[in-house]
Structures are given as structure tokens and as C-alpha cells.
Design a protein around this ligand. Sequence first.
Ligand code: LLP
Length: 418
Amino acid sequence: MNAFQDESRLRRLAQAYGTPLWLMDAQTVRQRFQSLQGFDAVRYAQKANPNLHLLRLLRGLGAKVDAVSRGEALRALSAGFLGDSAQAPLHEAAQSEIVYTADLLDRESLEFVAEAGLVVNCGSIDMLRQLSQRSPGHAVWLRLNPGFGHGHSRKTNTGGEHSKHGIWHEQLGEALAVIREGGLRLVGLHMHIGSGVDYGHLQQVCGAMVELVRQVKAAGMDLLALSAGGGLSVPYRAGEAGVDTAHYFGLWDAARREAQALLGHTLHLEIEPGRYLMAEAGCLLTEVRAVKRQGNVPFVLVDAGFNELMRPAMYGAHHGMRLLGGQGPLLPSVVAGPLCESGDVFTQGAGGEVEPRPLPAAQVGDLLLIENTGAYGASMSSNYNSRPLIAELLLDGDEERLIRRRQTVEELLALEQQ
Ligand code: LLP
């Protein structure tokens, strides 16, 4: 987080660009990307932060990209990632720059992936049926639900019976039959069981993956690639350990080797992180605009709300906070935003209960930095309370670049003026 240590720089940026302001640090992104180089491909799950400049930065490093909507796919194409590989020879399709991952295809997206030739990672058998009709020969991955999952919140657990994601593991045979009979071509198997890893679960996922490869082989079919999905956790709280990427790779590489032994040829192994690449590379810079006490509880009201950073309100997610220049005793403070809604609080637990945070006494005009917001910060923002999207700034060493200008209210109104 060195890019965010220099308080005089942060003050200057607040002056120059206004607050609230998203800050991203290119060097942290590069460092996180490099730490995953054991994998054959790092496929960025751009839902974490789909800014075109970040996509270009990652593309320049050699990343591939995941898209979960037509909009994300158009971003990837616009950033220079190549489409048009779904009908290519299978070994090329297995290394496609873009993969479109979904559990359903609306009509427009079905047409789009067929036209743009995007390899599709299918999370339902109906997707396979629809693709086989619209685009015979299309290359597909199967996103499988191994029957269990894991996540930092119930809302980010993507495996098990209560998850809508992926093809249920017991239906792999049916999916393979649709691929074979529908004339599709299987690239590989994919599993993403949730965001926030724990090594015990990971080992279980790897075991499930090998078992499913065994079933593909038993069905008389073959595949070229495995995807470990995303889900690598980051230390949001001080003292939490970061993920050990060598260990993570080691577990998946062992699974890949077992699968290779079953199939008798090499397999391409990719990983699909979003949070890990971006979370620690970003901060939200806000200004304190009011301080008050409700009974005994000190409230610090800042100019950003949950329309900017939704994670605390949605998951009770913890984000570190730093009051610039803050000194003196720490007071258990509630940090809240400007929205006309009582849940607009950045210091809350998963059930919405307020969790005061020890902070030095704040004054109007102080700057408060909310940390680790680079993933699922800007990308989950909304226009609630008719607040325009805020600007994003990319720091790279001493340089800084505005990578998204602030939206205007006029732009919002224009959508309705007809
Ligand atoms: N691949 C697939 C198929 C996914 O569904 C996801 C995340 C990822 C990769 C990337 O997961 P990551 O490496 O970022 O954990 N808004 C939530 C996270 C939702 C994640 C949804 N899918 C949050 O703010 O924590």
C-alpha cells in the first residue's frame, strides 16, 4: 500500500480531483499478477474492476480475461483482447483471450457470443442446448458445482445446493451428452466455489475436479484445460495472513498432474482471480463533512456513501480506515455516508449492526482513506440518490492518470429526457 502512504500527495489529489475519489495503484496490480505466474494463464475476473485502463494494464502483462455479460465482453474487446476463437482449432480455443462465463444466456447475449465467437463457460445445461442450436461447433467450458462451496459471506458462496451457479456435479454426464449430440466442443472444466479461500476447501475442490475429469474420460470424451476459478482471499483486517500463492498453485498443480495421468496428455491450468489482483491496489479517498454525537456515539459523516462502496452495507465487509493526520486517543466511531438511508454506514456487521471503529477524533475537512477497495468498489457503485459515479485515478510511481472522469447529473437526466 506504499502508494497511499504519502499524506501530502493524498491531500494534493483530493484538492485537484475532488472527493470522494477512487485511487488505484498500478504497481500493486503488477506485483499481484506476477505472483501467480506458476499458472499457465491468469484470467482476470473483471467484475472486480472493469475499468478499461486496468484491462489494458493487465493485457500488457499477458493476462487473459473473463466476462460475465455482453457489456464486460465489449469492454474486453475494446481493451484489445481478441474474440473470435470459439470456432478455432480446440487447442487455440483452450487458450482464448476472452471467456464468457454465465449460468444463462439472454437472447441478446446468445446472439452476441455466437457472432463474436466468444468461448463460453456454461453453468447450465440449457445454455449448452441453446448454443448448440445457434452455433454448432462452438467451444465450451463446463462450470461445475461440486456440491459444496465456501465464501466470506453467504452471498459470495457459489457452490452447494443453495447456489445457483454451475452445473450440478451429478449432471455432468447429461451435460457431456448434450455437448456430444449437439455438436459442441469441450475445452475444459471450471470450478469456482466462492470468494475467500480456505486451504481445506481448496483441497476438496481439487479432489472433486480430478473425480470429474475421471468421469469425462469414462464417458469417452476428452478435454484440454482446467480452471481453478477465482476466490483467492486478501487480508482486509490488520494481522490477517495473505494467500500463499505457491501453496495454492501447488495444490492445483497436483490435481492437474493427476488429471493428466488419467487422460494421458498435458492439461492447461488457469486461474481466474478478481479480488486478489485489485483489492489491495485501491482506496477510496473521502472528506469528513460533519461530526456529531448520537447520545454517546460519535458519528463521522463522510462524502462517500454505499452507492460508492457497497460492501459494508451488503456483506458487513470490513475495510481498514485511516484518518489523515489523525492524532490523539482513539474513539469508537461510526463512519457513515450522505445517503438518505440508515444503512449507509461503513462500519457495520453482517446483520447490519453498527460496529464502531477506533479512530482519532475527526474534524470537518479531514480526509479519511478507506482501504482495500480496489475490488468490488467502483464496479458495484450505483446512482442511488441520483449521485453520479465518481472519478477513478490510477497512480503509477510518481505519475497519476484520470482513468474515469466523474459522471454528471446531466448525463443521468439525459437518459430520461425524451
Ligand atoms: N470466477 C467466477 C466464476 C466468479 O463468479 C467470481 C466471482 C470470480 C471468478 C472472482 O472471484 P474473486 O477472485 O474476486 O473472489 N461482490 C463480492 C464478490 C462477488 C464475487 C462473485 N464472483 C464482494 O464484494 O466480495
